[in-house]
Design a binder for this molecule. Structure first.
Ligand SMILES: [Fe+2]
Length: 176
């Protein structure tokens, strides 16, 4: 599947399905473009001097979805965050360690979260976040090599800016 076919398929999925099912459906065929070594330009894989890199790969002209590439320097870890729109992502190069979280019900401010699962995703792997709530996670490159991930988001990523609503903190675990 080339990028054009991928985008047509994604448009069709969005048009024909409830939004809750869109990320899972996209995850079924996102692996088909992750193997395309020409998907990203050399510039889109260069790590930035600071933070992580973000490059627009394709923006749906109707603002229904965006494809971006994220470049993760060795050792970098994102804040714990949730999202403005639905998201499916996969690893293009390297390894991404993703940790998912749930809200800590004892925190009245809704900022503290508790880790529920950590998974190491390698090149070719794809996952997606639940739509709405339950989409709190952080991304970490635990290796000494650059990692590159490809994200399909709802909406126009330029207009949306960072796909983050809120930043969270890991709740301190009680010491017995
Ligand atoms: Fe995220």
């Amino acid at each position: 599947m080339n990028i054009k076919t991928f985008c047509l398929q994604t448009s069709r999925i969005i048009a024909e399905n409830p939004v809750e099912s869109v990320p899972a459906r996209i995850s079924e065929y996102l692996p088909e473009i992750l193997g395309d070594r020409d998907l990203l330009t050399a510039d889109q894989k260069v790590p930035p001097a600071k933070g992580y890199g973000r490059h627009d790969v394709f923006l749906c002209p109707d603002d229904h979805f965006s494809i971006i590439a994220a470049v993760w320097p060795a050792g970098i870890i994102s804040p714990i965050h949730d999202h403005k729109t639905w998201c499916t992502f996969g690893v293009y190069e390297g390894v991404i360690e993703e940790t998912r979280y749930r809200s800590d019900p004892s925190d009245p401010c809704g900022v503290d979260v508790i880790a529920t699962e950590t998974v190491n995703w390698v090149a070719g792997d794809v996952t997606h976040l639940p739509v709405g709530s339950g989409d709190i996670h952080c991304m970490h490159n635990p290796t000494e090599q650059v990692a590159v991930s490809v994200h399909v988001y709802g909406g126009n990523s330029v207009k949306l800016g960072p796909n983050v609503v809120k930043v969270y903190r890991e709740a301190e675990t009680a010491v017995a």
